[in-house]
Write a protein that binds this ligand. Structure first.
Ligand SMILES: C[S@@+](CC[C@H](N)C(=O)[O-])C[C@H]1O[C@@H](n2cnc3c(N)ncnc32)[C@H](O)[C@@H]1O
Length: 332
């Protein structure tokens, strides 16, 4: 057995430095410059405006973090940075990677938040949402959601389905991909009223406005659109407590056509509630927004579906160690 030492704890105590390095690298467009051919310290310094000393310091850490690689003495991007972190690229995910950057100071006030007696609100971060805030928020979710939407359409065969209900659909990323992938499918994005203004912009940009509509409302308290034979609810889980997730799953079951199916995609804890860390942290992050939400386990997700009346219920990997997809079918 290896001796117990402080290495892991020391690393945790300074883990925030890794986020800071990643943000700085995004700010100075390190990956974009490397992709464009800046493959030495002097070239990176010249392209970014850093001194050679600072370029060397940053590159040394980025190599150690696996953000950059060294190939025959040349500096290159790691595969994920080349694919997702090069500005101007179709898959550029910079807005999503810095999506929670404004939360940094709040995380360092966590101790006070943990003992704050203020009761949670139902909508948390979505209370008092404006179109402007929704537009900024969904620039980030779109940059990652389109990839998730494409993945959903690779994993789930919606051939023969007629209408998709996209609950909390945001930018419409899932609906856009679904109607482009499956002939004859239509979709409706149901989201808070200020968001649907932004959804329309993405639908027009993707030229699917004739096949995807929007309905503004609150899926916890308002009636859901009927006439749909498939429903997806993606990336909403930690915002709500068990009671509200159960409520929306039940309402979806009731609104779906007989024989319809529902997919709940989200950051999910393992069945025993232990890990993965990312799912646990998304639940804790809700403390900053004042919602009553928390992380949910795969076993809980299965029970929400079974309690609602869905059959053939299963919880599957969507993005391993990050997101799961709970599936259920409404009996015909
Ligand atoms: C993280 S975004 C995910 C968007 C989209 N599903 C995706 O994966 O790209 C969560 C979305 O759920 C919406 N939402 C949260 N609570 C809602 C509620 N009670 N009623 C309707 N929409 C809600 C938010 O406005 C936001 O657009």
């Amino acid at each position: 057995m290896s001796p117990v030492d402080t290495t892991r704890l020391q690393r945790l105590a300074r883990a925030y430095t890794e986020s800071a390095v990643f943000y700085a690298a995004i700010d100075i467009e390190l990956f974009t410059h490397v992709s464009a051919g800046a493959d030495t310290i002097p070239a990176i310094a010249a392209a970014t405006g850093m001194s050679e000393l600072n370029a060397e310091r940053l590159v040394t850490v980025a190599l150690a973090m696996g953000l950059l690689d060294s190939e025959d003495g040349r500096i290159v991007n790691a595969a994920d940075c080349e694919k997702f972190m090069v500005k101007g690229g179709e898959r550029y995910a910079g807005p999503w990677m810095t999506f929670t950057r404004h939360e940094v100071p709040r995380w360092f006030d966590l101790t006070e938040k943990l003992i704050d007696p203020a009761p949670p609100t139902e909508l948390g971060m979505y209370d008092d949402l404006t179109v402007e805030r929704a537009r900024k928020y969904h620039a980030a979710t779109y940059s990652i959601g389109m990839g998730a939407g494409r993945r959903f359409c690779r994993q789930v065969d919606l051939s023969g389905r007629r209408k998709l209900l996209d609950l909390g659909g945001g930018s419409g990323a899932y609906s856009i991909n679904a109607v482009k992938t499956f002939d004859g499918l239509e979709a409706v994005v149901f989201d808070l009223p200020p968001v649907t203004v932004v959804t329309q912009e993405y639908l027009e940009q993707n030229e699917v406005g004739d096949r995807v509509g929007t309905v503004g409302g609150d899926f916890i308290n308002d009636d859901l659109p009927t006439g749909c034979d498939v429903a997806v609810m993606a990336s909403n889980l930690p915002i709500y407590n068990a009671e509200n997730i159960q409520k929306v799953v039940q309402k979806t079951f009731d609104a779906l056509e007989p024989g319809g199916e529902m997919h709940l995609v989200g950051e999910t804890l393992n069945a025993d509630g232990v890990g993965p860390l990312d799912a646990a942290l998304w639940g804790l992050a809700e403390i900053h927004y004042g919602s009553g939400g928390r992380s949910h386990s795969s076993a809980e997700c299965i029970s929400y579906f079974e309690n609602a009346g869905f059959v053939d219920v299963e919880n599957l990997d969507f993005v391993p160690n990050t997101l799961t997809r709970t599936f259920g079918r409404k009996p015909a």
